[in-house]
Design a protein around this ligand. Structure first.
Ligand SMILES: NC(=O)c1ccc[n+]([C@@H]2O[C@H](COP(=O)([O-])OP(=O)(O)OC[C@H]3O[C@@H](n4cnc5c(N)ncnc54)[C@H](OP(=O)(O)O)[C@@H]3O)[C@@H](O)[C@H]2O)c1
Length: 247
């Protein structure tokens, strides 16, 4: 069903940060493609609630699902203006426990956090270019992490995967300009199901972050919306950690 609205695909949009980004872009007039790995009922309910939104299930750890996701997204609305690579996985492993960071952990995190975002951009490139207009490029926003900038985070494989995503963001920004802008938001701690039990990190943000709290998903959605609306910005990694990196 072709639409005159701009269209955004937000991966991992049934929960936490992704759901907040989807709500925000919907409020700003985008038609949405919502997506997740297994939370189908939640995705369908959110699509019904937002209106001008469809839901597609796809496991981003596997290539045929990535291809189907992009095909179904483009087929649904007939265009694609914005891709938000939000879906990601984490694993908590003490940084000094090298044995626990097995090759299987490295491969699993790399596949979803690095290979999948790259492949989605590659698969969506022609549709994004087609949506671009002079002075109004199409846009990719990757959700990385402050752990990809500072030597911190849930585990070394997680932090390294987000550092790779940040570098990929800059490389793609160079390769795809001027038709497609590519930026990243690098959140610090955000209150989502992923971090529900992370009491030490919650304490750290309350005590040390200049803003004295973790982010809400809506804070990150606001940063994403700002990057989407900023037609001149590309290759930026926008830290959104309440200033903790300054301390
Ligand atoms: N929360 C934080 O403090 C924080 C900080 C920095 C960066 N981030 C990053 O922000 C992003 C979102 O985090 P969040 O806390 O909102 O996570 P979340 O609440 O756990 O939600 C993750 C979303 O991604 C989907 N997903 C996970 N693996 C997938 C896969 N293999 N294929 C397809 N979809 C998949 C999930 O779908 P299902 O539920 O159906 O599995 C869900 O919709 C991630 O990239 C994360 O690394 C989070």
């Amino acid at each position: 069903m072709p639409t005159l609205r701009p269209v955004a695909l937000v991966t991992g949009s049934t929960s936490g940060i992704g759901a907040a980004i989807a709500r925000r872009l919907s409020n700003e007039g985008f038609a949405l493609v919502l997506h997740s790995r297994s939370s189908v009922a939640v995705g369908q309910a959110l699509a019904a609630e937002l209106g001008d939104a469809i839901y597609v299930q796809a496991d981003l750890a596997n290539e045929p699902d990535r291809e189907r996701l992009v095909q179904e997204a483009i087929a649904a609305w007939g265009r694609l203006d914005v891709l938000v690579n939000n879906a990601g996985i984490s694993q908590v492993i003490a940084h000094a426990d090298l044995a626990a960071a097995t090759p299987a952990v490295w491969h699993a995190l790399h596949e979803v956090n690095v290979v999948a975002p790259f492949r989605l951009v590659a698969l969506a490139e022609s549709a994004l270019r087609a949506a671009a207009q002079p002075g109004h490029p199409a846009c990719v926003v990757n959700i990385s992490s402050h752990a990809g900038v500072r030597p911190k985070g849930a585990s070394i494989p997680y932090a390294a995967s987000k550092a790779a995503l940040n570098h990929m963001t800059r490389l793609l920004a160079l390769s795809l300009a001027p038709d497609i802008r590519v930026n990243a938001v690098a959140p610090g701690l955000v209150d989502t199901p992923l971090t529900a039990g992370w009491t030490q990190a919650q304490q750290l943000w309350k005590e040390r972050a200049p803003m004295q709290r973790a982010a809400r998903p809506e804070d990150i959605a606001q940063a994403v919306a700002m990057l989407v609306a900023s037609h001149y910005l590309t290759g930026e990694i926008l830290m959104s950690d309440g200033g903790l990196n300054l301390t």
